[in-house]
Every structure is written in C-alpha cells, then in structure tokens.
Design a protein around this ligand. Structure first.
Ligand SMILES: [Cu+2]
Length: 332
C-alpha cells in the first residue's frame, strides 16, 4: 500500500513535466512546412491540408505592368488578369523505425484564371482541376533530443498530374497545368531548437526535375529556405511566425503546341523568379488540457496566412497576392 501511495505521489509530482515535455504543439513546424518531423516506430499519422492562393496583376522583375500596357507594347493577344489556385492535400506518415519515417503526399488541385482578350476587349475564365504530382519521401532523424531535433529527408516526385489540360480544345499555359510531367528528387534538411515556451526552426530544401516530360520541357529547379519561431500561448497552443524564400528557375525546353506569341503564360522562359512570404499562424493540440482530450487525442489543427513581401519575377508574370493554409493531423 505504501509503495502504491509513493508511486502515486511521485507520478503526480512528475506528471506536469511529462505532459509539458512529451508532446508540444511546436513539435510540428508551422503547417506550410512539410517533412518537419518524424514518428516513432509503428506510429501512423494522417494529414489533410487545404491551401488557397491568389494571384493578380503582373510583374516584369519588380515592375508592375497592366494588361493594357502589355497589349499596347507587345504583340500578345491574351493577358492573365487574376488566378485562384486551391489545393486539397492528403498526407500519410509511418514510422518504419525510431529513426526512419515514410511520408506520402497526394495533392488535388483546382485552378481558374481570368484572362483578358485583346481583340474583343472581353475576358475568358479557363479552369483546370485534378490530381497533381504524388510524392514519396524518406525522413531520417539525425538528432532527436528534448531541446534539439534535426531531420534529413529525401523525396521523390512522381509525374501523376496532367500536363495536357485544355480549354476550348487549346492547351492551357504552364501555370494552369496540374503536374510537372517529370520525376524529381527533393532533399531537405530541418533543425529546430526548443526552450521552455519558445522554439525556432529552419529548413532548407531543393527540388530538381530530372527528365524532360512528354511535352518536351522540364520545370526549373526550385530551392527554398524557411525560418520560423513559435511561442506557446498555452500548453496546447502556439502562435507561429514564418519567413519563406523560394527561388524557381526557368523551364528547360518548351511545349511545342503552346503558341508563344499568344500569351506570356505560354512562354516557358517566363516562369521563374524569387518570392518571399511572411506567415502568421497557430498550431493547436486538440487533445490538449481540456475535457475533450480523450476524443481528440493525437489530433492537431494548424493554420497559416501569408503575404508576399518581395517578388522578382521573370515576366510578364502574375504576382502572388496571398496564401492561406489550414491543416488537420492525427497520429495513432
Ligand atoms: Cu507526421
């Protein structure tokens, strides 16, 4: 009896520390960062993310250009005006060992683009939707302690998304296609540091397309750098701040069916650029210290909203306006 009592006393004394240190909302990066954490052996996680991105107006490098200027100063017959892109993404993770985690991601994309027509002075709104490129990754936990975690991951992009989306029997420009048509490799590295109620993390990654697709082009190499910090507002909830910089190179080759005189969207050499975003968000443990903890055990909810603060695009190319991401994750 005394042993049991002692055990209970010790347990109660340690419990707050166990719960404080074992799972924290900032053990996962802000929701827009992928491949940021690993799982223990035999642990599964399923994830759903919804992302919305809006683009409008055009840039040539950092200078804005209107449709009317584009029509008066060039021979283009069409000009992009506004684009909405939404993505549903299903993800799965599985801990093969305590060091190796397997991750799968499947995106479903919907895009629409309001396009100005020079001849009629009117607009059209082509749409595309369908499965994007699947990816499969191996994540290796290089270092996993209470205060520092570090992961190296290696991803493979599979060309499952369509690159032949059409509108009125005409092949749509590059930004409206759903996939890349190519295999790609994507190594990335993450390191995060945790303190009592603050953490910071950084990720660097690069995605290299390997082969020319069936339409005679290959997307440009993409590299990205993320830096974030999280502050624990309470045990189950953080506020997140993230800076992201992406560099995308121009495409190699071009799709011969796209008429480059028609629209800048058809120009494979006008697809790259630099873009920097600032995101504000939150990570929430639904199974945190509330009475519904049993029901939502192992579940997370996270969101981010971001605005671009620097864009330098090979243009004329549409510029980004904002990006919003909501995600739900469940580990078991
Ligand atoms: Cu996970």
């Amino acid at each position: 009896m005394r042993i049991i009592l002692q055990f209970i006393i010790i347990y109660l004394a340690l419990a707050p520390h166990i719960f404080a240190d074992f799972i924290r909302p900032d053990h996962h990066a802000p929701i827009g960062v992928m491949k940021d954490h690993t799982h223990n052996k035999s642990e599964f996680m399923i994830a759903y993310r919804f992302m919305l991105m809006t683009m409008d107006d055009m840039l040539i490098n950092t200078d804005a250009i209107e449709s009317s200027e584009l029509f008066s100063s060039t021979t283009y017959m069409m000009s992009p005006d506004k684009m909405n892109m939404s993505m549903h993404m299903l993800g799965g993770m599985y801990g093969l060992t305590d060091s190796w985690t397997l991750a799968l991601m499947a995106p479903y994309l919907s895009s629409s683009m309001v396009t100005d027509i020079k001849v009629t002075g009117g607009t059209i709104e082509p749409k595309s939707h369908g499965l994007g490129d699947l990816s499969i990754s191996g994540l290796y936990s290089l270092y996993n302690r209470e205060k520092i975690k570090s992961i190296f991951s290696f991803g493979l992009n599979l060309p499952t998304g369509s690159i032949d989306q059409k509108f009125n029997n005409n092949t749509l420009g590059y930004p409206m296609q759903l996939g890349s048509g190519s295999f790609a490799i994507e190594p990335s590295f993450v390191i995060s540091r945790f303190w009592h109620n603050v953490s910071i993390g950084t990720q660097i990654g690069i995605k290299v397309y390997l082969n020319e697709n069936s339409s005679n082009y290959k997307q440009g190499t993409e590299s990205y750098l993320n830096f974030w910090t999280q502050y624990l507002l309470s045990k189950p909830m953080t506020v997140t701040l993230r800076l992201e910089h992406k560099i995308k190179n121009s495409y190699v080759g071009s799709n011969p069916v796209l008429n480059t005189m028609m629209s800048p969207m058809n120009r494979s050499d006008l697809q790259g650029g630099h873009i920097s975003y600032a995101f504000l968000g939150s990570n929430i443990l639904l199974g945190g210290s509330n009475f519904l903890s049993g029901l939502f055990s192992g579940q997370r909810l996270a969101l981010e909203f971001g605005l671009p603060f620097y864009q330098n695009l090979k243009g004329p190319q549409m510029k980004s306006r904002y990006k919003g991401i909501v995600g739900w994750q469940m580990a078991f």
